[in-house]
Structures are given as C-alpha cells and as structure tokens.
Design a protein around this ligand. Structure first.
Ligand SMILES: NC(=O)c1ccc[n+]([C@@H]2O[C@H](COP(=O)([O-])OP(=O)(O)OC[C@H]3O[C@@H](n4cnc5c(N)ncnc54)[C@H](O)[C@@H]3O)[C@@H](O)[C@H]2O)c1
Length: 479
C-alpha cells in the first residue's frame, strides 16, 4: 500500500478528525449529516466522521434541460419525478409509451401538449428532428438498443436504464455510438449515486483499510420481490429480457468493479432455478391465487397477500396514487394485470433463484457474490477485507475497523435524514443520478458522471462472462 494512502486513512479515522466538514451556506451543499454526529453512542459504537459533505439535489444548471420520457412505467415516472421537485433543472416536454394510459398519466402530470404525446418510441424519432435536449429511455431491457441508437444519431443526450442491452454486440455498438457522437449518456447504475455507497467507496479510497484484498457481497432480492419481478413479472424470462445477473445484478458487478477500482480478469458462476417450477406446486393449487387456492393461508407467495395486504410492488397496477385493497384485488382479476395473480409454481419463468460467482481482479484481488431470493428482507450486504482494516455493511449502515486501534466506527445515516434525498429510491441514488446527468449535460462534461457507458460496459462484460460460466461450468475470462 502506498504511504500516502496510509496516512490519509489514519486521518480519516482519527477521533473526530474530518477530511472536510460541512460547508455551511456554500452553494449546492447541504450540511453533512455524516458530520452531524446523530449516530453517536448507537450500540456503543463511535460515529465515523470526516467524509465529504452531501450535495443538495438542487441542480446547478443554467437552464432547465428539456426531456422526453420514453417508457412511462415505474422507472420513467421515477426520473420524471425529478422535474416536479426541481423544475429549474428539468422539464418533461414529451412522453412516449405503447400503453396510452401511461403516457396520458405522465403527460397530464407535466402538462405535455398533445403533439408531444407519443405511443411507440419510433414515433418520437419519426420526423427525423430533435424535439428536446435529451431523452430518458426506460423501456424494457430488450427495447433499450433501438431508441438509444436512434436518439444518439439525432443528437439527444440520454439517460439510459440498465442493462445497456441484452447482447455484447449491442453494448459495443452503443458504446461506439456514444464516442462517435460525443453525447452525454448516463447509465442508471443508481447505486453509485446513493450516499451509502458513495461513503463506502470514499472510505476505501481513503486508504484507511489499506489495500482491498477480498470482498464478499450479497444481493438479497427478498422472497416477495423475487416472486413479483422474476417469477410472475417482467423479468421472469431470460429470452424476453436479460439473464438475471444483468437484469438484477449488473448493479452489484458494477459496484464491485467500482470499489475495487481494478479490471476484473475472470469470473466463475453457478446457480439455477430451484423452487419456482410446476413440480413444486402443492396439490390442487390453481393457476391463479385468486381462484380459491386451498394453500393460500400457508403460502408466503400468495399474490393476494403480497399485493392487497402487504401492498408491495403495487406500482405495476396503474393505481394512479390509490392504495385501496379492493381496487388492487380487482386489478389482480383484470386480464391486463392478471399475470401478477399467477401461482408462483405455474408461471413461464426461467430465471435462477440463487446465483453465486467468484471473481479475480488485477493484482490478485478477489470477490465473491451471492444473489439470493430466499431471504426475508432486501438490502445489499458487503464485507470488505483490506490489509489494514475491515468494513462491514448492510446497505444502510456500515462499520469500519482498522487493525491498529481495533475500534469500530459506524456510518448509519438513514437516507430519510438527508433532507431532499428522503424521497429518492435506491438509497437516494435515483434522483442524485438525475441531478448529475442534468449538470453533465449543462456543462457538456461527461466526466461529471460516475456511471458512463464506458465503465458500465466493463461490468456488463462481467455479467456476460458470468452467464457463460454458469452454463459451461468453466471459469471464464472477461473479454
Ligand atoms: N436502475 C434500476 O435500479 C432499475 C430498477 C428497475 C428497473 N430498471 C430497468 O428499467 C427499465 C424499465 O423498467 P420499469 O420497471 O420501469 O418497467 P415498466 O414495465 O414499469 O415500464 C416500461 C414501460 O415501457 C413501455 N414500453 C414498452 N415498449 C415500448 C415502446 N416500444 N415504446 C414506448 N414505450 C414502451 C411499457 O408499456 C411500460 O410502460 C427496464 O430496463 C428495467 O430493467 C432499472
């Protein structure tokens, strides 16, 4: 480890020693909750101090960036939400969705004129003219490539949902097109913008735990989320979307690559669909949970319970703000949404419900990854082993222990405490990403973004290699 890093790290952990404190009153900076010490005393662990302040979500732009939202589902609505909170930064001037009611709902929220409400994304580009500064592409995984290439060709800047595209060739083409056109493109690897992961990486970069030698990382999907998205829902089939290692866990491969900050050389993976298949259906289970299933009370995957009582994942039902149980139940019986009422053992799904991978990075650094459906709650868990210290986190809080003092320090700041970040999903990352993207557009500075296509390309190659390995049983080089 470099001596410079060693000293820097020691400074970070020194009792209360701050690398940079809150910048009171500075433009765009809000007082850092990391330095406000609310964590003191919790579980008897000292709070970690000295991290960079968190910037406000208010964008520093010279004018509102005009945006067309392509795909007005869950993610399209999320990103469009930024414009309602920060109208000085972004204006939604167009919407596109093949489901007319979704384009209408979002269009009405943003007062989009009739001539800027489109159906299929091809209608947006049909005139061959640029109609806004930028587009948000939040269509399903297999429908990112065409609108992204077309948007770049016409000179739009792009906020592109992950994964980039389902094949290596398409990812390469998009990467090359971004280079050729010089447009500002952010991939929605939102975790990079979440205060928790930013703090985690900052601690690693400070050198306080020495050189990273190994990381253990888990993505606990959670049993009901698995059933919703990867058994009943849109990402249940690899051929219609992308393999789950990309559809769900390109975030995790990306975070590992980002924290280790060295290229990944090889990957070996295993995993399968073990549980959610017909042979495991209890006797007499009907095709739909709403058809009087005799096992309803003892089944944790009962759709009626998950949606109408627990009210989880109800965004897919186009409830337009309602949470009414009777309305949700009627949606479960409505042919347009009935697929979400399917018995988890009677779906046409093929995504693995457990997936493990080991990775070798440059300089002998290693990482292991586990994606698990069968856990009670979500929240990524990470253990980082360094030559001088150790970090352990659960997606909300983490402790840092250096081997010299052996005194753990705690970072446990709920995003809800961080003012404007409270309403932002993915631990605050969703809206922070939009802000950085708008600022990058305004400044014409791609380096303002941490999730460029170039870096996303690398973690996607890790995902493709993992899938090759899972199928072949071989350790695969990243290429
Ligand atoms: N960054 C993240 O953390 C994150 C989280 C969830 C989903 N995603 C990704 O975001 C994308 C969208 O996911 P979602 O949850 O919003 O899905 P969704 O189904 O809620 O929304 C997608 C929308 O695209 C519309 N659409 C489909 N084909 C279209 C076309 N040809 N033209 C215009 N609109 C079309 C659909 O009708 C739908 O309303 C996916 O690629 C998904 O993998 C990313």
């Amino acid at each position: 480890m470099k001596r410079r890093n060693f000293l820097k790290g020691v400074t970070l952990l020194a009792a209360g020693g701050a690398l940079s404190g809150p910048v009171a009153g500075a433009a765009g900076i809000i007082p850092s909750p990391f330095d406000a010490a609310p964590a003191s005393g919790q579980d008897g662990i000292e709070p970690l101090k000295g991290l960079s302040p968190v910037r406000s979500l208010t964008p520093e732009v010279s004018r509102p960036i005009s945006v067309i939202v392509i795909g007005c589902g869950n993610r399209g609505r999320t990103y469009a939400g930024y414009a309602r909170k920060f109208p000085a930064g972004m204006k939604v001037v167009g919407v596109s969705d093949i489901l007319e009611h979704r384009a209408r709902y979002l269009g009405d929220q943003h007062n989009v004129p009739a001539e800027m409400r489109f159906g299929h994304f091809r209608e947006v580009f049909a005139g061959g003219k640029k109609l806004a500064d930028a587009v948000v592409i939040a269509t399903p995984d297999d429908r990112h490539y065409e609108p992204c290439m077309k948007a770049l060709e016409l000179g739009y800047d792009v906020l592109l949902e992950k994964p980039v595209a389902p094949t290596k060739k398409e990812c390469e083409n998009i990467r090359d097109m971004v280079k050729k056109t010089g447009r500002i493109v952010a991939l929605c690897h939102v975790l990079r913008y979440a205060p928790y992961f930013m703090a985690l990486r900052e601690v690693v970069k400070s050198g306080v735990i020495g050189d990273v030698v190994n990381i253990q990382h888990q993505e606990p999907i959670q049993y009901a989320h698995m059933a919703h998205s990867y058994v009943r829902g849109n990402w249940r089939r690899e051929d219609e979307t992308t393999p789950i290692i990309l559809a769900k866990s390109c975030h995790d491969l990306d975070i590992l690559r980002w924290i280790i900050d060295k290229p990944c050389k090889y990957i070996a993976a295993a995993g399968s669909l073990s549980f959610f298949k017909a042979e495991n259906a209890p006797e007499g289970a009907p095709r739909y949970c709403t058809d009087g299933c005799p096992h309803q009370k003892e089944c944790p995957y009962d759709a009626v319970d998950i949606y109408t009582r627990q009210k989880k994942h109800i965004g897919v039902f186009d409830l337009e703000g309602s949470r009414d149980a009777a309305l949700i139940l009627s949606r479960l019986k409505d042919p347009r949404y009935k697929s979400y009422a399917r018995c988890v053992f009677h779906c046409d799904n093929d995504q693995p419900d457990h997936y493990v991978a080991i990775m070798g990075f440059e300089d002998g650094v290693t990482a292991s990854f586990s994606m698990d459906a069968f856990v009670p709650s979500g929240g990524r868990r990470t253990k980082i082993m360094g030559t001088l210290g150790y970090i352990e986190g659960d997606g909300k809080s983490f402790t840092v222990t250096d081997f010299l003092t052996r005194t753990p320090k705690l970072w446990n700041h709920e995003v809800a405490e961080i003012g404007e970040y409270a309403q932002s999903g993915h631990g605050g990352g969703d809206l922070r990403l939009v802000r950085d993207w708008l600022e990058a557009i305004d400044r014409r500075d791609p380096d303002h973004l941490s999730s460029s296509i170039d870096v996303a390309f690398e973690s996607h190659m890790m995902g493709f290699a993992a899938e090759r390995s899972r199928r072949s049983g071989n350790k695969e080089k990243i290429k």
